[in-house]
Design a protein around this ligand. Sequence first.
Ligand SMILES: NC(=O)c1ccc[n+]([C@@H]2O[C@H](COP(=O)([O-])OP(=O)(O)OC[C@H]3O[C@@H](n4cnc5c(N)ncnc54)[C@H](O)[C@@H]3O)[C@@H](O)[C@H]2O)c1
Length: 432
Amino acid sequence: MRISVIGGGYVGLTTGVCFAELGHEVLVVEKVPQKVELLKAGISPIYEPGLEELLRKNLNIRLSFTTDLKEGLEFSDVIFICVGTPQRPDGSADLSQVEEVARETARLMSSYKLLIEKSTVPINTHRLIKKTVQRYLRDKSIPYDVASNPEFLREGSAIYDFMNPDRIVVGVESERAKQVFEELYKDFKCPIIYTDPATAELIKHASNSFLAMKISFINMVADLCERAGADIKLVADGMGYDKRIGRAFLNAGIGYGGSCFPKDVKAFIRMAQDYGLHFGLLREVEKINQERPVKFVEKVKSVLWTVRNKRLALWGLSFKPNTDDIREAPSIRIVDLLLKEGAELFLYDPKAMENFKLLFPEGKGISYAPDLYSAVKNSSALLILTEWEEFTQADMAKVKELMELPIVIDGRNVFEPARMKELGFEYYCIGR
Ligand SMILES: NC(=O)c1ccc[n+]([C@@H]2O[C@H](COP(=O)([O-])OP(=O)(O)OC[C@H]3O[C@@H](n4cnc5c(N)ncnc54)[C@H](O)[C@@H]3O)[C@@H](O)[C@H]2O)c1
């Protein structure tokens, strides 16, 4: 099939590259010219494992890039909308990028188009897209469909998740649109759930909020473990074997971040409110999450008494491993709080330092280390904020030698407490 993808970010680029890999012809429309230049040269503007390899493999064979929406619309009838839906100050989703695509598409289209929401959007956004297309369409007789096909991929394993989804959700209103999806996803072995568009939009939000709820739940249980002398890892394992619960998303830590959970939980609360419902449960999920970085810094202070003028090493800045994405990462809040306390921070992350430098330039208490060992040199403590595999593989005996004091405060439960004690560390983690 021929497919156009609008937006070349984490979701759009993954979608484009994967559909090309599956044998479709894909044109990705990305409005930032610098990104398109890089992509045309086979360079991915974002870090995602395996993405650049697939980009290079398919580039100019089945995959191309442009900044021109008109070209995208002429290329195909099947248009995936993968633009951003960031958070507005009131917590609702900013849909201006989606509206712009709908409006411009309507102005430019001269034949049937199937507009597919892959971006995460509030319930009934498909109605607003339809209304917008209808409003701006020059020739009102041109047919079109709007469908919802939410994306569930996780950054850090986006390619794998796209290729091996647990399920595919498709919200469609017409047989014509449904047939497009049947053809598009015919080789996928997972369940494909056909619904109306509003239900599909809701499935995405309910799923993300449910996962965020699991994280906040386990974080509260972790706090209880700390006070009561129980072990959160074993509690999570013991719960996780129960198929009704599952082990995933039961890792205690410094809270969820990223471009999805924080904004999607907020948007879901807001959406419920717009429909006259007070989703108190999710408000609490959000509140617990917002407290995590603060509690972590309190822990650091309780261990070190004060942090003023102390050299602290920080491992991990991205909101999760295997990505360079720092959007809403707990590290941002933690760095901010530690700087306010007057600490001297030496930061290291395998992929996210360039992005982090845009928020926290070098100087005034911030230094960036070229590797994990340089970061810990002469430090009073090492704080772990992301569970990168590189950290779990580190030579901790060497780390101990390099540090001024052998203190590790682990916000992601990367190490086994007994092993760290054996190595001579004073080791603090979450809920154990
Ligand atoms: N990142 C994830 O893990 C993830 C997972 C599932 C769903 N989502 C959802 O997918 C959507 C996109 O997320 P993302 O992380 O890829 O965002 P992103 O910010 O990385 O990418 C969006 C891209 O769209 C481009 N864009 C905006 N308007 C455009 C236009 N008119 N024409 C062409 N390009 C345009 C931007 O320049 C940007 O490159 C969001 O709604 C998000 O909630 C994200």
